[in-house]
Design a protein around this ligand. Structure first.
Ligand code: HEC
Length: 127
């Protein structure tokens, strides 16, 4: 005659699965505008993205995958690279401002994968 009261425990567990608020995600329009700023600013002369560009700077194809590389970090890197590296070879992009800078940093943080993702590639059909 021992009753189990699992029901109460279960509803408490369910109530705690709420996700914390995520930081504002850049929109596709911001990222597209940022890619244009990147091209117009000559960044590709030194940086490679998905196989295109120069090799004087690091490949940026997955630069946004580093959790340290927040949008703010990107803005500092673009405008004042010497803050991150005293002897930085990267020129200060201090002509990039306002919306252009926000969009460029949105674009940079969106760079996470070297190639389009294919999470479940089809298996060869079995006989
Ligand atoms: C003259 C070559 C040169 C140009 C032009 C240049 N960079 Fe760089 N960049 C570098 C080098 C070298 C580094 C490596 C770190 C350092 O020296 O500051 C770097 C580092 C970076 C990083 C950090 C990458 C990482 O994963 O650590 C980002 C992001 C970046 N550059 C973005 C840009 C953007 C955006 C532009 C255009 C506005 C640009 N760079 C223009 C040379 C350049």
């Amino acid at each position: 005659m021992v009753g189990l009261t699992l029901g109460g425990t279960l509803s408490i567990a369910l109530a705690q699965t709420k996700k914390p608020a995520a930081p504002a995600k850049p929109t596709a329009a911001q990222i597209a505008a940022g890619a244009k700023v990147y091209d117009a600013s000559g960044c590709g002369g030194c940086h490679m993205i998905n196989g295109k560009g120069g090799a004087a700077g690091p490949d940026l194809s997955t630069t946004g995958a580093d959790p340290k590389h927040t949008a703010k970090w990107m803005e500092v890197q673009v405008v004042t690279p010497k803050v991150h590296k005293a002897d930085s070879a990267m020129p200060a992009g201090d002509t990039i401002k306002g919306k252009d800078l926000t969009n460029l940093s949105a674009y940079l943080t969106s760079l996470k994968k070297a190639a389009p993702a294919k999470p479940d590639s089809p298996k060869p059909s079995s006989p």
